[in-house]
Design a protein around this ligand. Structure first.
Ligand code: CP
Length: 308
């Protein structure tokens, strides 16, 4: 049987991305459909989450599936030393799909190689977060009317931020120009800049975050400095307040600009920005429900004709 897992956004072609956006639009029009009646979805979260876990669980519930899983690995037998392989094999005999977040890069790929059921990567370390990328792409498409030829500014923790890594790779099909705004300690890693060069993706790097620099942005993608990924907490203290978006910085931005953030935010977007019509991060999180309904249906082999 074809492995329908979603481990990396690079598993999706351009056509597949556009197809998944189309499917998400159908779910936004009508999210309550009993398409997965009788299915069981397992959500295994080895790291904390609010949006990803709850939106996957809501997606499953609205599609008529039932949900099992855990949000605290300390309450599972992994705390007694059970390996990830054994955990995945066990849960595979209970559930039809496993949605997993893990702190180790590559954990989702490993799980997909041992599991007889599809794995959906809900974030693996600083590596990939493909379902977040699908909701980001859906949000960009909804707000810009296209994915083509956009100026996308990625701001903050570009070193550890898996959402920006996944987004960058997905956009290779759509001729973007990226602007990477980060301090030296959190710059976009060389491997992703190499990926840009190999895929003819234009990019510019900045260390300043000013009104002038963001004036040409179509999408301003803010990110949190990820305290949990720093091995040196002094370094985290040095960079944690480095960029804060304030409402007055938006005065000369493009009318079509939308501000995205995968959330949670800490202090990198001031609260006065929330009232701006350019703030889109809460709608973005809502779009996650529809994008994840599409993902669950797809990994379970449902096609567009099945959902229409
Ligand atoms: N965006 C995101 O992954 O949020 P959570 O950590 O709350 O799931």
């Amino acid at each position: 049987m074809e492995n329908k897992s979603l481990v990396s956004i690079t598993d999706y072609s351009k056509e597949k991305i556009l197809y998944m956006i189309d499917m998400a639009q159908h779910f936004e029009a009508d999210p309550n459909r009993k398409l997965l009646d009788g299915k069981v979805i397992a959500t295994l979260f080895f790291e904390p989450s609010t949006r990803t876990r709850l939106s996957f669980e809501t997606a499953a519930n609205r599609l008529g599936a039932r949900v099992i899983g855990f949000s605290d690995p300390k309450a599972t037998s992994s705390s007694k030393g059970e390996t990830l392989k054994d955990t995945i094999l066990m849960v595979s005999s209970y559930a039809d799909v496993i949605v997993m977040r893990h702190y180790l890069e590559g954990a989702a790929r490993f799980a997909s190689e041992v599991a007889p059921v599809p794995i959906v990567n809900a974030g693996d370390g600083a590596n990939q977060h493909p379902s977040q990328t699908m909701l980001d792409l859906y949000s960009i498409y909804k707000t810009q009317g296209t994915l083509e030829n956009l100026n996308i500014f990625l701001v903050g923790d570009l070193k550890y931020g898996r959402t920006v890594h996944s987004l960058l790779m997905a956009m290779r099909h759509f001729h973007p120009t990226f602007h990477f705004i980060a301090p030296e300690e959190m710059k976009m890693p060389e491997e992703y800049k190499l990926y840009c060069r190999q895929n003819q993706i234009r990019y510019v790097e900045h260390t300043d975050f000013t009104e002038e620099i963001i004036a040409e942005a179509d999408i301003l993608y803010m990110t949190r400095v990820q305290r949990e990924r720093f091995t040196d907490l002094m370094e985290y203290e040095r960079v944690k307040n480095v960029y804060i978006l304030k409402k007055k910085m938006l005065e000369n931005t493009r009318p079509n600009l939308r501000i995205l953030h995968p959330l949670p935010r800490v202090n990198e977007i001031a609260y006065d920005v929330d009232d701006s019509p350019k703030a889109y991060y809460f709608q973005q999180a809502r779009n996650g429900l529809y994008a994840r309904q599409a993902i669950l249906c797809d990994v379970l082999g449902l096609r567009m004709e099945d959902i229409l």
